[in-house]
Design a protein around this ligand. Sequence first.
Ligand SMILES: NC(=O)c1ccc[n+]([C@@H]2O[C@H](COP(=O)([O-])OP(=O)(O)OC[C@H]3O[C@@H](n4cnc5c(N)ncnc54)[C@H](O)[C@@H]3O)[C@@H](O)[C@H]2O)c1
Length: 286
Amino acid sequence: MKEVNKEIALVTGGASGIGLSMGKRLAEAGMSVVLADIEVPILEEAVEELKGLGHKAMGVHCDVSDINSIEEMKTRIEEEFGHPKVVCLNAGVGFASSISEATLSDWEWVMGVNLWGVINGLHTFLPAIKEMGEGHIVITASIAGHISVPNLGPYNATKFAVVSIAETLRQELLAENSKVGVSCLCPGFVSTNIFDSERNRPENLLNSSADESTEEELLLREAFMEWISANAKQPAEVAELVYQAISDNKFWIFTDDQHLNGVKSRHSSIVSGDELPWPTPPLIDL
Ligand SMILES: NC(=O)c1ccc[n+]([C@@H]2O[C@H](COP(=O)([O-])OP(=O)(O)OC[C@H]3O[C@@H](n4cnc5c(N)ncnc54)[C@H](O)[C@@H]3O)[C@@H](O)[C@H]2O)c1
């Protein structure tokens, strides 16, 4: 979509991290931007920041895992702004656990936000975009949608699923000669608040007995966060790639070439029938 100026963009998970940077980049391109998020205080700050920079912006409190909440958001956006032509289905939560230890509440929370958030978003916004005859959908997946990273089972499952949704939608729209574009964003590590995702976990999906972290786990987390601040990409760099992909109607958006080796190793093992490489390859060298 070459001409985004004066059009409306919606970014879910727009109050923080990658979503907030996407919102800023699209606003700089002249779009009116709707940031949707479950975390109200930072959402209000983000909208004020955009308005302070002279951009047209609005914030909507929304839980993407809840179809009623998304439909209410759609009504509010239409009343205040109109129909979004660019929709970035980006809200997501990170969660680390082995498959053996993940509880049903863990699965339900992560699937609700990362997978149902995308399904609900497409169900609600795609028909109007198709009817307008032009637009672009960005689905935020992850490199974890291509490599089954150990101890991220529920997260990997949601990201593999949304990669497939994005690929299928792309092909269906191309087959219809639609001018609606699709991009699939597959970041490696990005320096955001995702590592503190539990802050937004609903009470009804908390585990009844949360184990205290051991000293060793706390040290490992500290080392991991240090590694992230030294090595991870910045959200603004990712947002620039997203903006270019929307402009050029480019499907894949990968942020780190080094992770593509892991994708190649996985695909080789599928084709050859050999054992999966372990780890696939080390994503972090702590
Ligand atoms: N940061 C990374 O390293 C990384 C890597 C790959 C993919 N991603 C993906 O990028 C996307 C954005 O994450 P981020 O890294 O910017 O993290 P972030 O925590 O900074 O931002 C995520 C946003 O989603 C919002 N959110 C959470 N649950 C929600 C819900 N139920 N309804 C609406 N909003 C909700 C949060 O409040 C937050 O503002 C996610 O889909 C994530 O899986 C991130």
